[in-house]
Design a binder for this molecule. Structure first.
Ligand SMILES: Nc1ncnc2c1ncn2[C@@H]1O[C@H](COP(=O)(O)OP(=O)(O)OP(=O)(O)O)[C@@H](O)[C@H]1O
Ligand SMILES: [Mg+2]
Length: 460
């Protein structure tokens, strides 16, 4: 919570003492607070200024919290909403979530539980807003699809794209095969001021070595056998726009020097030509190879590497951001359903779990293919575990394992500590309830809390 900008929170609670207490706790945590005693006051406060988060009692004289919630959601205000319900009235909580509440707190609650709920809701809200902003910036017609993902790395990536898009800086994107290098390059282009101009992609690995130079810089008529007319190169094609040099590591040494000069001078000469042509091109390069290593091995020019690497974007493998898998799978499911004209509802939880556990050597591309296959094989609109490729299906080994050992192994202590924390969080700090969630006796649970020095954190 610490370094966040000040968060504005509206507390709606009819009971004065309660209201003051909540306001004080949240204010001390560094937030900006307003309060209201009923729904009418709350609506007036919202009309004044929409808060980031509304914390609302359910049962109040006059209109209840559900009515405020419905109104806020109907207007699409995009603020977080936490409902406070009297302990035991689970029906209200269920109703609240159905109406669009982000979370609910059973009264009475503890300070920790309150702060945690607020923190969690603001985090997801911010994520959604960020995703929406990027989606709007990218537009719907994008045939390459939109960048999807809400993990920390992806959020950092969105921020980098936003920052870099505003400049003409050269960008080097690295990452394993299928991690999204090209879609990132296209997003960068589309959201930049060059977005309406050309995006020209050149796969340096796919062009025979002898032809790359003319492909990039063009040639004049009669320069070599077969050059029966003058031809513009990719650099010229990309004038005013973006040139994407994919698989840059495959650029022959002989050409690396020429490319370096072009990047420095922003001018090209066609093969066999004499005049120089001035160009306005932003260059984005990509590689799935270890360029610094290639530099060390003398296979890639160091000066070119630094010239390209003005802004470095490193895409992590999918196995390092597994939390994005469900969202990506959902998006790919919708895309494949639309593409093949098939109605496929959703991905069953046991399939999602397998997708999250799998190592994805082919990264996002492999996931997209696996999901497309599920859509094609689905019967009566239902996705089945049996339609997963064998390596994914067998990732967990023996059937019935509740928690699967990740392919890269894990740290037992870190896992235990994390599970203890999660149980406490889910039980809103109530230790007896947390112990039950883990199937432990209260004593055994306490013992483990102490082992990790967690015993003093929660008061329950
Ligand atoms: N974050 C993402 N959100 C949505 N789709 C993604 C994302 N990352 C990758 N994809 C999709 O996965 C596929 C592979 O992505 P892309 O072609 O950009 O990977 P790449 O890193 O260029 O792979 P390679 O090194 O094999 O060329 C594409 O269909 C792309 O649209
Ligand atoms: Mg690619």
């Amino acid at each position: 919570m610490g370094s966040d900008p000040r968060i504005s929170i509206l507390v709606v609670e009819d009971e004065q003492a309660q209201r003051r207490l909540i306001v004080e706790i949240l204010e001390r945590a560094g937030n900006e607070l307003r309060s209201a005693a009923d729904v009418d006051e709350a609506l007036a406060a919202i009309a004044d200024e929409v808060p980031d988060l509304i914390l609302c009692d359910w049962r109040m004289p006059g209109r209840d919290g559900g009515e405020l919630l419905a109104e806020v959601r109907r207007r699409g205000l995009g603020c977080g909403f936490i409902v406070m319900t009297a302990y035991g009235s689970i029906a209200h909580a269920v109703e609240a979530v159905r109406l669009g509440a982000d979370d609910y707190l059973g009264k009475p609650f503890e300070r920790e539980a309150l702060l945690l709920a607020v923190h969690r809701v603001l985090k997801t809200r911010r994520l959604e807003n960020e995703n929406r902003r990027l989606r709007e910036a990218v537009g719907d017609e994008d045939r390459f699809g939109r960048l999807v993902g809400g993990t920390e790395v992806m959020k950092r990536l969105y921020r980098t794209i936003e920052k870099v898009a505003a400049t003409d800086a050269t960008v080097l994107i690295t990452g394993e095969s299928g991690t999204g290098k090209e879609i990132v390059a296209r997003t960068l282009h589309r959201t930049s001021r060059r977005g309406d101009a050309a995006f020209v992609a050149v796969n340096c690995a796919a062009i025979p070595e002898g032809l790359i130079e003319s492909e990039l810089f063009g040639h004049e008529k009669g320069t070599f056998t077969g050059a029966d007319r003058r031809r513009e190169g990719k650099f010229e094609e990309a004038d005013g726009g973006t040139l994407f040099l994919d698989e840059i590591a495959s650029m022959p040494m002989s050409l690396q020097g020429i490319l370096l000069r072009v990047l420095q001078e922003r001018r090209i000469t066609r093969l066999g030509g004499s005049g120089e042509i001035e160009l306005d091109v932003r260059v984005v390069a990509a590689s799935n190879r270890d360029l610094p290593q290639l530099v060390k091995d003398g296979q890639f020019r160091e000066d070119l590497y630094y010239r390209l690497n003005v802004v470095a974007v490193e895409l992590p493998p999918l196995r390092d951001r597994r939390d994005d898998v469900p969202l990506l799978a959902r998006v790919f499911l919708d895309q494949a359903s639309a593409r093949h004209g098939r109605e496929v509802g959703s991905i069953p939880p046991e399939v999602v779990r397998l997708l999250m556990d799998y190592g994805w050597p082919g990264n996002v591309r492999e996931l997209a293919n696996a999901v497309e296959r599920l859509v094609l094989l689905a019967e009566d609109g239902c996705v089945s575990v049996d339609d997963l490729p064998a390596p994914i299906r067998e990732v967990g080994g023996e059937a019935g394992a509740m928690v699967r050992l990740p392919v890269e192994g894990l740290s037992w202590d870190a896992m235990e500590e994390s599970l203890l924390g999660q149980a406490l969080e889910r039980a809103a700090g109530n230790r007896a309830a947390a112990a039950r969630l883990l199937g432990l006796s209260y004593k055994a649970f306490l013992y483990r809390l102490e082992k990790f020095g967690l015993a003093d954190d929660a008061t329950g």
